[in-house]
Design a binder for this molecule. Sequence first.
Ligand SMILES: *Cc1c(COP(=O)(O)O)cnc(C)c1O
Length: 350
Amino acid sequence: MNSMPRATIHLSNIVANWLTLDALHPGTTTAAVVKADAYGLGAVPVARALLRAGCSTFFVVYLAEGLALRKALGLGPRILVLNGPRPGEASTYKGAQLTAVLSNRAQAAAWATAPKGSCAIQFDTGMNRLGFRGLSAEDAAGLRKLQPVLVMTHLACADDPGNPMNARQRADFDAICESFADVPASISNSAGCYLGRGWGYDLTRPGIALYGGSVPPEGVTIRPGVTLDAEILCVSDAKAGETVGYGATQTLTEDTRLATVSIGYADGLLRSGSGKLLAYIGDVACPVVGRISMDLTIIDVTKAQDKAKAGVRVEFIGEHAKLEDQAARAGTLGYELLTGLSNRVERVYA
Ligand SMILES: *Cc1c(COP(=O)(O)O)cnc(C)c1O
């Protein structure tokens, strides 16, 4: 019996990545964004490991995620819920000591009359997504009365350091912060942490970099948060001129040794990576040939020779198959590749 595709989650690398980001901004609190089940790697084990390493602030998106995390971590660490409260939820936030991120007037108005829990306020400085837009003196006075523990905004172009939008958003946020002089402020996600010394503010909010994604600047090393591998089911020799897979989309130009691997798009191996992704046997790169199917993927193992045989595990994300490189081959980002790993992929914590 063959085994399932497996994601081995390297908690020690995730902790090391958090420490690396923390060291970039001395004097700044480094939080951890563990929304979407820590980008698919498991919010509870990831948050527990980071808590032990000294991380005391966590971000999730939904109330349900916040409640689950609070139950797992106990009281003590701060948990902020990015989408903020829906009508009637304020007392649940208070009961679980979750910090509500308020992003609009309706939320702020409801919060003002609710049993007092802790809140943060999000401003929109260019995403046009979530957050208060424009700030009258009257708005500022009303929001100050809520005694926010954090004011924050989110950068649209932090992964493009030369983009003038970064400085523009920063200037707008600085102007907002003047109305909240004694309130800690936060602007940077992972990519924002790479923009330089001044971008730490009081608190940074990295997510993807903790899990091995992002494109760090020279001198910053981010380690893989996960290794995704799967087992070879069989190996066969195909002749030049034969085709491979559904749609017969790829014709072999020479005699080729093929291996059929037990992983497919139902596991989150993106079909857009058909004919483009690389799989690794040890350090030998084996190109994916033809279309990725639901449960199976065919790779060219000609170069791997005797190393390619039934039962051998092949790496699709990890030390060799680098997350962002694989994502780029599939036309996407590390975020989507990680969060798309399905339930069928067995999670193992190392
Ligand atoms: C998801 C998210 C983050 C983390 O972003 P990364 O790019 O993964 O570091 C930070 N802040 C907000 C508001 C987010 O939604």
